[in-house]
Design a protein around this ligand. Structure first.
Ligand code: FDA
Length: 393
């Protein structure tokens, strides 16, 4: 079958945005997905409420081998543009924290918005199509288990490798390589960290406990909540630093951000000398954590704070304000919110996401080596890159 101007592979966030926008520019667009319904990751996103963008979107909140690459697309189609679209569809939303915008109702509303926009653009959306081969002669030909389709433009929008049980595949990366585009080694990002038995003795019994921390690695620092898990650490602060964490590198945690633990503990030694040190700690830390520390790492916390030498209190304070830990690894793509790495931006035009050396080919969304922070940034990249590619196909 012929007659399309563009074929978009992947009816996720970026693919639907691209297909709808290109369709509304008068392009005849075929949108193919192997899943039975489009936008499955959108449905589960943001705990079912889809954190669809971030008011504070700025290029420095995205990781890439080329940190300037995302700037152009993010400024051509902005967070405000997407918010205006959400408002046009009368989808009520609210800011939860740190500029993060969520639907008041359900993620389904965002998928419905994208489907309505695709309909308005006359997009031929075909779910449940397994892609068996893609080739390029004068035009691109996509073979599927439901027949072959041809178009002069092809958009790779099948996303990243995270959550394979939801149907994530490396198709866009494989095809990009086949067409000669370099790929920056992909890795799980926004992912919980795992620890060895030495730390798990503390962490495992605390699974479910959360507290505000500042987590850092290298020059990246995030002051948000941290959550203990059965395998180690998660929560926004940990997910954020995980994206920046080099293999084998440590993270540093401030368990009392904004509090000088040494002066606080020394003042408690004067005010409450008979209180157990762990009881004092529980003034600022979850009691279960204070007890866990006394049981597994700092036995002297079970003694009255007045009996501890200043030196010991300073050691406790250093532990609390600058705990350096080496993760054993991550929970991998099964738990990662996104994939970092992807199609090398040097192969792409930042304005149009078009491959420089393969006429008609575009790569958008998570498949590109652009990874946002936690908090709506990854969807904004999907909308921005999808819209920009649509202006050029
Ligand atoms: P996306 O994954 O959306 O779409 C890819 C599409 O391609 C899918 O429909 C898939 O079925 C299809 N596909 C894959 N392989 C194929 C193949 N071989 N053949 C045919 N089709 C194929 N981000 C954010 O900003 N705010 C949030 O609240 C969240 N929440 C969130 C929660 C969870 C649990 C996860 C896993 C991720 C998030 N994210 C997020 C990240 C966000 O979901 C992600 O960055 C975007 O969906 C990426 O958009 P893409 O369109 O690139 O891929």
């Amino acid at each position: 079958m012929t007659g399309y101007d563009a074929i978009v592979l992947g009816a996720g966030a970026a693919g639907m945005m691209c297909a709808a926008s290109a369709g509304q520019r008068g392009r005849r667009v075929l949108l193919l997905d192997h899943a039975e319904e489009p936008g499955k990751k959108i449905l589960i996103s943001g705990g079912g409420r889809c954190n669809f963008t971030n008011r504070d979107t700025a290029p420095d909140r995205f990781l890439s081998a080329n940190p300037h690459f995302a700037r152009s697309a993010l400024s051509r189609y902005t967070a405000q543009d997407f918010i205006a679209l959400v408002d046009r569809h009368r989808i009520a939303h609210h800011e939860k924290t740190l500029g993060q915008l969520f639907c008041d109702g359900s993620s389904r509303q965002i998928v419905a918005l994208l489907r309505a926009e695709c309909d308005a653009g006359g997009v031929d959306l075909r779910a449940g199509h397994r892609i068996t081969n893609v080739s390029r002669a004068d035009a691109f030909t996509v073979q599927t288990d439901h027949g072959a389709f041809t178009a002069p433009a092809l958009v790779l929008a099948t996303g990243g490798l995270s959550i394979p049980k939801m149907g994530a595949t490396g198709l866009s990366l494989d095809l990009a390589r086949r067409f000669g585009l370099a790929v920056v080694e992909p890795r799980p990002a926004l992912v919980p960290l795992t620890f060895g038995e030495d730390w798990l003795a503390l962490m495992r019994p605390l699974a479910g406990v959360s507290l505000p921390v500042e987590a850092r690695t290298g020059r990246a620092a995030f002051r948000e909540a941290m959550l203990f898990t059965h395998r180690g650490l998660s929560g926004p602060a940990i997910l954020q630093v995980s994206s920046y964490l080099a293999t084998g590198a440590p993270i540093t945690l401030d368990l009392l951000p904004g509090t000088d633990a040494a002066s606080w503990l020394l003042s408690r030694k004067r005010d409450r000398p008979r209180a157990e040190a762990r009881t004092v700690l529980a003034e600022h830390l979850p009691a279960r954590l204070a007890n866990g520390l006394a049981e597994t790492r700092l036995a002297h916390l079970a003694r009255p704070v007045g009996e501890l030498p200043d030196r010991a209190l300073r050691d406790v304070a250093a532990f609390l304000n600058a705990l350096t830990l080496k993760p054993a690894g991550t929970e991998g793509y099964a738990k990662a919110e996104v994939m970092a790495g992807g199609v090398d931006t040097r192969a792409l035009d930042p304005r149009t996401l078009a491959a420089r050396d393969v006429p008609g080919l575009h790569v958008i969304g998570e498949a590109v080596d652009v990874t946002g922070w936690l908090g709506g940034y990854n969807f904004q990249w999907a909308w921005s890159s999808g819209w920009c590619a649509a202006q050029s196909v």
